[in-house]
Ligand binder design. Sequence first.
Ligand SMILES: Nc1nc2c(c(=O)[nH]1)N=C([C@H](O)[C@@H](O)CO)CN2
Length: 119
Amino acid sequence: MDIIFLREVRAATLIGVYDWERHAPQTLEIDLDIGIPSETPCHSDNIGDTIHYGEVVERVRASLAEQHFLLIEALAEHIAHLIRDEFGAAWVRVSVTKPGILPDVAKVGVTIERGQRSR
Ligand SMILES: Nc1nc2c(c(=O)[nH]1)N=C([C@H](O)[C@@H](O)CO)CN2
């Protein structure tokens, strides 16, 4: 399976279980690995045969701007569903990092994988 990857995509959203987190957006860092449906774009050189990574970033940011999740796990599930449903990805890995949220911990996050990853 061929994979499009995006690293440290920053997106602002309301996220968190505590009251103070319900008022001001926080900036998350998101890593995405997106399994593309076929090898066709490698041969056709045609953007129409693949998943446009710029559109993915735009869509994820727009969606998160309207959402409020308590858990980063639920937010990751939302992104995975969006990418599979709207962009036709067979498999996706989503990592969500909340930078600087715990003292003396550089990054805290979660990684989920959804769908079937083919060889
Ligand atoms: N497994 C998780 N643990 C915690 C989360 C989370 O989303 N998943 N969130 C919080 C708080 O929102 C924290 O980030 C704010 O200090 C705590 N634990």
